[in-house]
Design a protein around this ligand. Structure first.
Ligand code: HEM
Length: 583
């Protein structure tokens, strides 16, 4: 991993913080493992089944289908019928974005579901590609005969043994509802709350009781134990190899490890041609929110360093965290002669329950937020951080593996604090398709301000606007808007203001800002719009203009040594490289 990798970073934030960058939390809907308010169903069970049904239409013969988000267009099919599916679709609705697809969210939700209820922690990858229409068929149904079920799993890419294991791995959570299968479950006595019979005695716990209770003949699983043998699909599946596979799964460790690898394969079953990302692992010290912008008439650079903290250790309040940076222009460009530094303006400690992943790892995050003033004539080229625990241990530098965190460009900046949004009822404007559950249709109107560096000579200032978090997923907003110079706004420190607006019916508008200048296009990627003129304000911290950085002094000696490398290569004496490493 190397910063910046926006897709990796967006996926990592979801997985380990449980939420989007704006704090909207997906994991908290399922974690800690619990029943849904109202229907009293297991949220985790609903989320795991959802991922299975989206995947189940994969066809190995022609490479179509798989986890591709098509399930939201297939909810009218008998095999996908039920309140659990609709509620899950709503749970996930507001979370996809440009870098995290709807199908990535389905897989992520299932990973959370299994982990929060005590099951294996399943390695997660992103990169699934959404479709915008219903896909093929192939989801197993309880009335189907064994040959049909086997053929469906073959098409999904699973052998007969894997069919047995995967079904047991799925039916560790949740159960069967009277509302969906009245022929199997007696009617509920509480209006509005379905009667659910668990597949085992621990429907909220991810364990192998679904196996052991089956083998001991004590199971309450109505897909096994029912006079309606047509519907006894689990019985047909589990006995299909004379119970051999089920006997193997009676060992809890075997069950957990087999479920981990089979569920991982299930989540990674995607249409041919889709390439998943690397496995998303924890970034130990993560930089986010890096942004040059204008706040209260001042050019500032903002960024956050996220450090991990063990749940069982006290946070060191003596710790100092310092951001260092280099100018981009002028006599001190690239830290020639002067390095700047500053302390943070705010610290945020996450709840230890934010994500089931970090909860299982026994860690939480502490975010050090920086806001520093920047002179337009100097700007900023790169930055890094140093953490001093003041306890005798040496200072730790976080510098992107030695290359520092780059500030990619300073020609076009997003100015959230001068941007705003509001909802406009469709009663007062042209009819729109967004219909809230309350019945009122509305459109979100977003007015954006961007700042353009004087001298950049733009031929065009514009933005790609994207939003795939739209109720019922009718389409994605994917449009381009142009910005025009707002000459009535006074320029700030060498930046002129431009404005533009867009209407959106989704909930996750993001912007990629572009500035064309000659043959060059400058881009500020993936700007989020949850916080605009409501962005919390922190006064910029004071700057130390002659800072001493451990990381930069060690690196500058490396840089000074470079001519020796060239010389030694020329001499053909590579041995000279060894002492260089020691520098
Ligand atoms: C032979 C194949 C399968 C059949 C016929 C089948 C059928 C069913 C049925 C009838 C239900 C009850 C749904 C309801 O009442 O709303 C159910 C629930 C469930 N299934 Fe399966 N299933 C199969 C395989 C799988 C697999 C492979 C997984 C995942 C790996 C899975 C995960 C689940 C989960 C988690 C639930 C509980 C949902 C809840 O409580 O809301 N199933 N299944």
């Amino acid at each position: 991993y190397q910063y910046p990798s926006p897709q990796y970073e967006a996926l990592e934030t979801f997985l380990y913080e449980g939420q989007r960058g704006d704090g909207s939390n997906l994991a908290s809907l399922v974690h800690p493992c619990r029943k849904r308010t109202g229907t009293m169903s297991s949220v985790a069970a609903e989320w795991l089944r959802f991922a299975f049904h989206d995947m189940a239409t994969h066809n190995v013969d022609d490479g179509t289908g798989g986890l591709d988000g098509s399930l939201v267009y297939e909810l009218e099919r008998p095999e996908n019928f039920g309140l659990g599916f609709n509620q899950t679709a709503t749970d996930f609705e507001t979370f996809p974005n440009k870098y995290v697809s709807r199908a990535d969210i389905f897989a992520l939700g299932a990973v959370f579901a299994v982990a929060t209820c005590g099951g294996p922690v399943i390695p997660y990858r992103g990169g699934r590609v959404d479709v915008w229409q219903a896909g093929g068929f192939g989801t197993p149904q309880p009335h189907e005969d064994l040959d049909t079920l086997k053929e469906e799993f073959r098409k999904q890419g699973f052998s007969n043994t894997e069919m047995i294991t995967l079904t047991a791995c799925g039916h560790s959570l949740g159960g069967v509802r009277d509302t969906d299968f009245p022929m199997l479950v007696s009617p509920s006595t509480t209006p509005g709350v379905p009667h659910i019979i668990g597949f085992d005695s621990t429907e909220l716990q991810y364990d192998n009781k679904v196996v052991t209770e089956y083998l001991s003949g004590t199971t309450q699983n109505v897909l096994v134990n029912t006079p309606n043998t047509t519907m006894a699909s689990d019985l047909r599946v589990f006995t299909s190899d004379g119970n051999q596979t089920m006997q193997g799964l009676a060992d809890s460790n075997t069950f957990m490890s087999q479920c981990q690898s089979l569920l991982e394969r299930m989540f990674n079953t995607v249409p041919q041609g889709v390439t998943l990302t690397d496995e998303i692992t924890l970034i130990p010290a993560k930089v986010s929110g890096a942004q040059l912008t204008i706040e209260q008439g001042q050019l500032v650079f903002k960024s956050t360093l996220r450090l991990t903290q063990p749940n069982d250790a006290k946070l060191n309040t003596n710790r100092t965290v310092t951001m260092f940076w280099c100018d981009k222009y002028g006599s001190a460009a690239n830290c020639a002669g002067s390095t700047k530094s500053s302390s943070y303006v705010n610290v945020v400690q996450d709840d230890t329950n934010n994500s089931p992943m970090t909860w299982r790892m026994g860690i939480y995050f502490v975010h050090y937020q920086f806001v520093v003033p920047i002179q337009g004539s100097e700007s900023i080229s790169k930055f890094w951080f140093e953490v001093d625990e003041h306890n005798g241990t040496s200072i730790t530098a976080y510098n992107n593996g030695g290359s520092d965190y780059p500030v990619v460009q300073d020609q076009i900046l997003f100015v959230p604090t001068l941007s705003s949004s509001y909802f406009q009822s469709n009663g007062t404007s042209a009819p729109k398709t967004k219909v809230e559950t309350s019945g009122e249709a509305f459109t979100k109107v977003l007015n954006f301000t961007v700042a353009v560096r004087q001298g950049s000579n733009p031929s065009r200032v514009y933005a790609s606007v994207f939003d795939n978090a739209i109720h019922l997923f009718p389409f994605a907003t994917n449009t381009t808007i142009d910005f025009t110079r707002n000459s009535s706004a006074t320029s700030v420190d060498g930046y002129d203001f431009y404005t533009g607006s867009v209407e959106d019916i989704g909930l996750q508008t993001t912007l990629d800002l572009h500035l064309d200048s000659g043959s060059t296009t400058y881009t500020e990627d993936f700007q989020q719009t949850t916080f605009l003129d409501n962005t919390p304000y922190f006064k910029p911290s004071t700057v130390n203009a002659n800072a001493h950085s451990v990381a930069s002094s060690s690196r500058s000696s490396f840089v000074l040594s470079l001519p020796f490398v060239v010389e030694s290569m020329l001499l053909g004496s590579l041995l000279l490289l060894v002492p260089l490493e020691l520098l």
